[in-house]
Design a protein around this ligand. Sequence first.
Ligand code: PGA
Length: 262
Amino acid sequence: MNKKTKIPFVAGNWKMHMTIPEARELASKIVKSSVGLSEAEIVVAPPFTALSEVMKVLEDSSVQLSGQDLYWEEKGAFTGEISASMLKNAGCQYVIIGHSERRQYFGETDSGVNKKIKAALQHDLFPIVCIGESLEEREKGETMGKVARQIEKGLDGLGSNDFERVIIAYEPVWAIGTGKTATPAQAEEVQAFIREKLASRYGKDPASCAIIIYGGSVKPENSYDLLSEKNIDGFLVGGASLEAESFIRIIEQAIKAFKEKK
Ligand code: PGA
């Protein structure tokens, strides 16, 4: 990944789906269709059990591998956890951190997210850091306060060099897996705010180079309009990444919208 030449960034989060044969099949289809799509950074995040097999499929392609989470310790008695070096060793270049499902169902906190980001960076993994408000917070007008806090606490202690390798995913919790996508204007409003917030921490130039993606019911039908917005640099896709055809169509739309807004 080279942030100097920004290209649309599209990651597929497979969540708790795909056995190893299913994962291999989906990855093969994506690799085949991605041949003409070098103008996007394409990333897939299979479950841990399928990482090394999917890596074999991705080997000669430009599609990159991501973990869905990690634990910040290097090694030890942490039953059920996976370290950054294990992900790196399995072939990952990226790792998703602080997904709202981890925060909601597994008690993930901003300080845990912060430790995970630092562990990822130490092992040369690019963290894809998820932030976003719940429906209740949005209705109470607390959206900006929530994402500002998540940025402050999540990126606490990270210098400019670290920040250059961080991808931010704005994912309004009410839009994830619900079919309710944020409108392009709703997403842009928050993404522009996130970029401003990053500019006040790291300076205008680093913030303008930062990759800020959107996630929450992204589909082939809404991806062009979303990516046409100034501050949306790509997508974190859940449901629609489980089929190669819809995932590829999203990438095509992203490339088209990106070219037209340049
Ligand atoms: P969705 O998931 O596209 O199914 O809404 C997005 C995500 O959780 O990253």
